[in-house]
Structures are given as C-alpha cells and as structure tokens.
Design a protein around this ligand. Structure first.
Ligand SMILES: CSC[C@H]1O[C@@H](n2cnc3c(O)ncnc32)[C@H](O)[C@@H]1O
Ligand SMILES: [Zn+2]
Length: 446
C-alpha cells in the first residue's frame, strides 16, 4: 500500500459496535466511520480504515455503539418551560384549563428563545440530532436551531383563533409563507405548515394550507385522532371522522404527517395507506393524557411509514427519545397482543430512517451509509446497570436511557463530546430557566 492510495479525511470514529440501520437488522463490530466535511465518507472495518484513510482526528469509542442521530418527529420545544406544570389531566382539560391560559400569559419571543434552547439541550444530550417543532414564533425557533447547528422541521402554527403570534388564519398563513420563503432549501431548517388539529382549524384555512404546501413543497403536520372524544365529536357535529374530512380537503398525501392517530378504523388505515400519509407516534404523551394508543405494528404491516415523537415536555414529561423508543416497543406488543411486535431493530428504524422518510430526506439522513450527512451519535454501554451486553440493539431499546449518549455530530460538527454540550452554555441557560420558573410559580400562587 503506497501513501498515495491513502485518502485524507476529517474525523475517524472507532466504534466497538455499529448499528447502521441500513442494511436493516444488522450489528457490526470494530467499525470505523470516516467523516469528510458534512458527510460520511465511509463505514468500514477498522483494519481496512488503517490502510485507506488518514484523518486529522480520531475518536476512540471502545465501549460504545455508534448509530445515526435520532429524529424526534413531533414536539413543542418551548413547552419545556411548562414541564410538570399541569399533570394527571385528560387532553382537553389540560389544554383548555391550564396550557392555553398559560401560553396566553407567558409566551413572548424571549420565552420561546429560552424554552427552545432548554429543549434543544435535552434533545442533543439524549441523542436527537433532528427535531420537528410546532409552536409560536417559529421564526425564532428556526434561527435558534440553525445557530446551534441542529436540524429541524419548523411547522408554523395555523389556528382559527388569535394567539400571541397572529390575529387569525390570514396572518398565520402570510407569516408562515414568509417563513417558508426565508428557509426554503436550507440544509438544517425545513419550514413546514402546522395546522393545529381538525377541531381548531376550519375548512377554509385547511384548504389554503394544502395550496401553500403544493406551491412550495412544504410539509404539513397536524394533530389527528388524538382521542376518542375528538373522533366522536366530529362525527356528531360534521357527520364524518376527522381523517375523512381531511381526505376530502386534500390534506392527506406523502407530504403530510399525522400526529397521534390513537383511534384508527380499517377505513382510516386504507386512507393513510392509499395516500402515502406518514404517522407520527407519541406513545408517552398518549399514555400520560390517557388519550389512547396508536396500533404501531398494524400500521407498519400495511406499509404506512411510522415515525416517532415525544410531543412537548408538558405532556410527556421529557424529550428523551430513547425513553420514547422503549415505551413504543413495549406498548406495541400489548396493543398487537404479540411479543414480536415492534422489535428492537424496528424500533430503532422508526426513530431514525422512518423520521427521515417523513421529512422526505431518506436519501440524506437516517442511516450510516457513505454519502449521507454525518448525523451520528454514540451510546456508552459500559454502565454496570446494562451489563452484560449480548445484543447492543436490545440494550439500546430495552435497557438504555438517553443519558448514556456521550457523543453526537450533526453535519460532521461535534455537538456532544464526552457527555457535554459543545454549543449551548448550560449554566447561563439554567439562570434564564430559573427566572421563568420563578415567574410561573408566582403566577400560580396568585
Ligand atoms: C399551534 S401551536 C401548538 C399548540 O398545540 C398545543 N399542544 C401541545 N400538545 C398538544 C397535544 O398533545 N394535542 C393538542 N395540542 C397540543 C400547544 O399547547 C400549542 O397551543
Ligand atoms: Zn403535540
């Protein structure tokens, strides 16, 4: 081997185990991942890498499993500041009597900036490299994610009623279109349309959302069939299931992501499958609000793309996607009455490649394959609580939690090193979070 056959690259990660997601169901050992610029240049056995690459930096991960960064496909980042504020309530009481009044009182540009940074710190620290957000002041969330170097789908809110971000549908749509124009084509930020739910958005704005999506290619994300009440109430008032109404309005399709879907009939499944609509499963929020459970295995068997999200920290109450994966795998087995439902490898795919599919970026994200973007995480499996290791995939799903994540890179840029965030000043953030907590506690006491 002569020196001119050796390729220069930026970073080499030496991994004890590697789960590439593609090919599926595989655990490799003693692998090197080579990063050049923003992309994965190669994934190959360490012994071969010695002969083929010379890098300016090598990271040794002798007790770790390396895998693609997790994709959290649904949340409301700044709601992290409302974590634990209103627990043990069903959805509509939680929203009407606690969350919406609190949002009316506290949400401002600064609240969104501080809450979003808190959420990003937690997500990065627990292995998420891409997240989807649906919340107020999306222009601030987009800028903060971009400045931090996190990938994010930013859904602007669309509702029938006024909020702190807009006077009504016309203003939401015009501000939203400006957001799409500002970020269209960005590598990190994917602007999208976020009609809140069928019960808060009427036919006119939904039709305009579809037209905007068609014009710009922006994706649509909507809460759908979250509770039995939502479906029963729609049948009562409109004579049809919410998903049927969305189908008639042209909302369903490959650019649309339906969040929750705990109430699903065979005809709903047919609509989702025939239109190529994606489903975002949020099991912990659904459990905590007693909303119901999405039949994950059934949907996947019908070829529907299932991705996963935490929802906001006010209904979860954390943004640790490894915890969500574990819950999803457990719950899927009970719902399907089949212990083989949502296996460990399937659950990992749901949280990576399937998220990338929902974003339309499966050719760039979601697996460790040469040519894809270098969004990579490492999880330390040396903790005594998760010994011995027979199958790292099993441990990641059934025994792990996100705090075992020690490293992450997004676009080849280190975001977590030895368990520490590289781009967020955590002590400064904690001061701002405590300020908000003081204000919120004060108001609750009044
Ligand atoms: C239009 S901005 C998002 C809006 O959604 C609220 N929200 C948070 N979690 C849920 C949920 O599980 N179902 C419905 N709505 C939810 C959030 O508080 C914002 O007002
Ligand atoms: Zn939500």
């Amino acid at each position: 081997m002569t020196a001119d056959t050796i390729t220069a690259a930026d970073i080499r990660i030496n991994a004890r185990w590697l789960i590439p997601i593609e090919p599926s169901g595989v655990v490799l050992e003693h692998q090197a991942v080579i990063i050049q610029g923003t992309k994965i240049a190669a994934v190959l056995p360490m012994a071969e890498a010695d002969h083929e690459f010379r890098t300016r930096e090598t990271i040794e991960l002798p007790h770790h499993v390396v895998m693609p960064g997790l994709i959290n496909m649904h949340g409301h980042a700044a709601m992290s500041l409302f974590r634990g504020m209103a627990d043990d309530l069903p959805l509509m009481t939680w929203l009407n009597d606690h969350i919406w009044p609190a949002e009316g009182r506290f949400i401002s540009e600064q609240f969104i900036a501080d809450g979003t940074q808190l959420a990003m710190a937690e997500m990065l620290r627990t292995g998420t490299t891409t997240f989807s957000d649906m919340y107020f002041f999306p222009e601030i969330v987009a800028q903060m994610a971009h400045d931090t170097g996190m990938r994010a789908q930013i859904c602007f809110p669309l509702l029938d009623f006024p909020t702190v971000w807009g006077s009504g549908p016309d203003e939401y749509l015009s501000k939203g279109e400006a957001l799409i124009d500002a970020w269209q084509g960005d590598d990190y930020i994917m602007p999208a349309i976020g009609p809140h739910a069928p019960y808060t958005v009427s036919d006119g704005p939904l039709t305009e959302a579809v037209a905007l999506s068609k014009r710009t290619g922006a994706r649509i994300q909507i809460h759908l069939h979250e509770t039995e009440f939502e479906v029963a109430d729609a049948i009562d008032k409109q004579g049809k299931r919410p998903i049927e109404r969305l189908a008639e309005l042209g909302v369903l399709g490959t650019n649309t992501q339906c969040v929750h879907m705990t109430q699903i009939s065979d005809s709903d499944i047919a609509l989702l499958a025939d239109t190529g609509t994606h489903v975002i499963h949020c099991p912990e929020s659904n459990l905590k609000l007693a909303s119901g459970l999405c039949p994950a295995q059934k949907l996947m068997e019908r070829g529907i793309n299932l991705a996963i999200g935490t929802d906001g920290a006010a209904s979860n109450n954390d943004l640790d996607l490894f915890g969500e994966i574990r819950t999803a795998a457990m719950v899927a087995k009970v719902v399907a009455n089949d212990a083989a439902a949502l296996s460990a490898h399937q659950a990992l795919q749901v949280a990576t490649l399937n998220g990338a599919r929902a974003l339309g970026r499966e050719h760039e994200l979601g697996s460790l394959v040469a040519g894809k973007l270098a969004d990579i995480i490492a999880v330390d499996l040396s903790d005594p609580f998760i010994q011995p290791v027979y199958d790292p995939a099993s441990h990641l799903v059934y025994s792990n939690h996100g705090r075992a994540v020690t490293h992450s890179w997004i676009n080849g840029v280190p975001q977590v090193q030895d368990g520490k965030l590289t781009r967020i000043d955590v002590p400064d953030l904690m001061l701002r979070v405590e300020d908000w907590a003081r204000k919120i506690r004060q108001q609750q006491a009044d």
